[in-house]
Design a protein around this ligand. Structure first.
Ligand SMILES: [Zn+2]
Length: 265
């Protein structure tokens, strides 16, 4: 799980140099990247090569285009990006790191949050034209992270209104993805990693089957009901590739991963 790949540092930011080195390590170690369809086939019982990895990016930041897209393209890698569909704007694609032009200013996470609140999401978030270019290049797939990113469990006055608001939010995101991208998948990333039984029920009712959490853990075939799956993720840190190599070594061994997480907790 990545958020920002950026020269503006922050808690959930990996530097472009570390990201490039991490991807170079994966390529050189023989890893291949897996898209949403292959992941769901695997979870339903199909096999995958041992060195398979799913790269995910949350929120759809501009820096994903500027710094992640060119690196993924160089290695022939594909990542999943979870879009908050009310945030991307229109306009021509901006420069990215392999175009040689002057790069757009990249806000850090808190500046970006403020820009979004002030109606200036374009300063922090991908444009639809950039999304199209990334899809066309095969570097990114785009899936739902709701339309608003609002935590309805916190702002709705009661349970019923929470469910109604969440449903409206999920349907609006689906409509936006269908209009802009020609289709929407059944993969959903929970805003801020939050979910409860109501969230899961409403998401199932709106057609989602794969739920991306912010919890760590192995993703093993056939463990939950085939009708829905929680997908666990490792938050990748702003560290050299040796760190990623050791995390992959632990978490690709389910028993070891569970023991490690139990001790850590
Ligand atoms: Zn998010």
């Amino acid at each position: 799980m990545y958020h920002h790949i950026s020269t503006s540092p922050g808690m959930i930011t990996v530097s472009p140099d570390h990201f490039a080195a991490q991807m170079a390590y994966l390529a050189q170690a023989g890893y291949r990247t897996v898209g949403a369809n292959q992941l769901s086939a695997y979870l339903a019982g199909a096999s995958l090569p041992a060195k398979s990895v799913v790269l995910t990016f949350d929120d759809g930041y501009l820096d994903n285009w500027v710094h992640a897209h060119p690196v993924l393209q160089r290695h022939g890698f594909t990542a999943l990006c979870f879009l908050v569909t009310s945030w991307p704007g229109d306009g021509a694609p901006r420069a990215h790191a392999h175009l040689g032009d002057e790069l757009p200013e990249l806000l850090n996470h808190h500046e970006g949050e403020r820009a979004i609140e002030n109606g200036e999401a374009d300063r922090a978030i991908l444009r639809w034209s950039e999304i199209d270019a990334m899809r066309h290049a095969g570097t990114f797939e785009f899936h739902s992270h709701t339309h608003s990113h609002v935590r309805w469990d916190k702002v709705a006055p009661n349970r019923e209104e929470k469910c109604v608001a969440l449903k409206r939010d999920l349907l609006a995101a689906r409509a936006a993805l269908e209009t802009r991208l020609g289709g929407a998948s059944d993969h959903l990333c929970w805003p801020q990693g939050y979910y409860d039984d109501d969230y899961r029920r409403v998401a199932r009712e709106t057609g989602f089957r794969h739920f991306y959490t912010c919890e760590m853990g192995p993703n093993v075939r056939g463990q939950e009901q085939a009708s829905e799956r929680s997908i666990y993720r490792l938050e990748v840190r702003d560290r050299p590739p040796s760190w990623l190599r050791s995390r992959l070594w632990v978490h690709s061994r389910p028993a070891l991963s569970r023991a490690y997480l139990a001790v850590k907790r």
